[in-house]
Write a protein that binds this ligand. Structure first.
Ligand SMILES: [Zn+2]
Length: 274
C-alpha cells in the first residue's frame, strides 16, 4: 500500500521533522528548534551545541579565524583501558566530531569588536581537559595578551582527561597562569559556563572571569552530588549545582539566554572601552 512505510523509514521521517525536548518532552519542528538556536520555545531548555555552532551564532559573518588547530592530543602514557587505547579513542572521536581537540580557539569580531575566544565542545571526550586542550587555551590567552584583545572562554567539560593522568591536572595551573597575566594587565576575561561545566575546568579557568556568566539550567559543579552528600551527610537542595542556584549564591554574576549572548558580551566589553 502506498501509505505504508517500514518502521525504519518512519523513524527516519520522525527524526528529520521533530526534536523532542529533553526537559519538557514537547515536540518541536526541527526548523523551529534550529531557528531558536537549539533552545526549547516551550520551556527554555538550552540544548548542548557544538563549538562550530557556537562560533556561528556569535561571530559577525566571515570574521572568525581559527588559531592553534595544529596543537593536537598526544598519548604520552600509552594509556589503555577496558574500552581500548587512548590513541584509538582520539582517532575515533576526531572522525565523529570533525574537530581535533575538545576546544576550538581563534579570533574574530563580535558586533564589530575583535576578541579572542576558546569554545569547548562536549562531544570531544566529554570536553575533557587534556594537555592539548590546556595548551590551546593558554596559547589563546597569550595571543589575547600580545594583541591586547579581550578573551572569552565558553566552557563545557566533564573535568580533567583521565587518560593523561597528572599531565591533565597540570593544565589547571597552566591555564590559570595565562589568564592571571591578562587580569594583572587589565585585559578583560569573560567566562561563560555552559552545560555541563564540572571538575578541573570549574575549579580553574572557568571561575576566574572578571565576569562569570552562564546559560540557563547549566550544571555547574566540582564533585558529583552523591559524593558531597555522602561526605557532609546532608541532603542537598534539588537545584543544587545549577546555574540558577550558583547565581543566587554569588558564584555566577548573571544568567544569559543564548539568543541574548552576543549582545550581552559586546555590551560588557563596551564598558571596558574595548
Ligand atoms: Zn522544553
Amino acid at each position: 500500500m502506498a501509505w505504508f512505510r517500514s518502521s525504519k523509514s518512519r523513524n527516519n521521517t520522525k527524526k528529520e521533522l521533530w526534536v523532542k525536548c529533553k526537559k519538557c518532552n514537547s515536540h518541536v519542528f526541527v526548523d523551529e528548534w534550529n531557528k531558536n538556536l537549539k533552545v526549547c520555545p516551550k520551556c527554555n531548555y538550552h540544548e548542548k551545541i557544538t563549538a562550530c555552532e557556537r562560533i556561528q551564532q556569535l561571530f559577525d559573518r566571515n570574521t572568525f579565524k581559527e588559531l592553534f588547530s595544529n596543537i593536537v592530543p598526544v598519548d604520552s602514557l600509552n594509556f589503555q583501558d577496558i574500552k581500548g587505547s587512548y590513541r584509538d579513542n582520539i582517532k575515533a572521536t576526531k572522525e565523529k566530531t570533525g574537530i581535533s581537540e575538545a576546544v576550538v580557539t581563534g579570533t574574530g569580531k563580535l558586533n564589530n569588536k575583535q576578541v579572542v575566544i576558546a569554545v569547548m565542545d562536549f562531544r570531544f571526550m566529554g570536553g575533557s581537559l587534556g594537555s592539548a586542550t590546556g595548551e590551546r587555551i593558554l596559547k589563546a590567552a597569550n595571543y589575547a595578551f600580545e594583541n591586547n584583545l579581550p578573551y572569552i572562554i565558553f566552557s563545557a567539560s566533564g573535568g580533567a582527561r583521565m587518560q593523561e593522568g597528572t599531565l591533565s591536572l597540570m593544565q589547571m595551573a597552566k591555564t590559570c597562569a595565562g589568564i592571571s597575566r591578562l587580569i594583572k594587565n587589565n585585559i578583560p576575561y569573560i567566562s561563560v559556563l555552559t552545560d555541563p561545566t564540572s571538575g578541573g575546568v570549574s575549579a580553574s579557568f572557568a571561575m576566574m572571569g572578571d565576569i562569570n556568566i552562564s546559560e540557563p539550567g547549566a550544571l555547574i559543579a566540582f564533585a558529583g552530588r552523591r559524593v558531597i552528600e555522602q561526605t557532609i551527610r546532608e541532603k542537598l537542595p534539588d537545584n543544587f549545582q545549577t546555574a540558577e542556584y550558583l547565581c543566587d549564591h554569588g558564584f555566577i554574576d548573571s544568567i544569559v539566554n543564548r539568543k541574548d549572548m552576543k549582545d550581552y558580551l559586546s555590551n560588557v566589553l563596551s564598558y571596558y572601552n574595548q
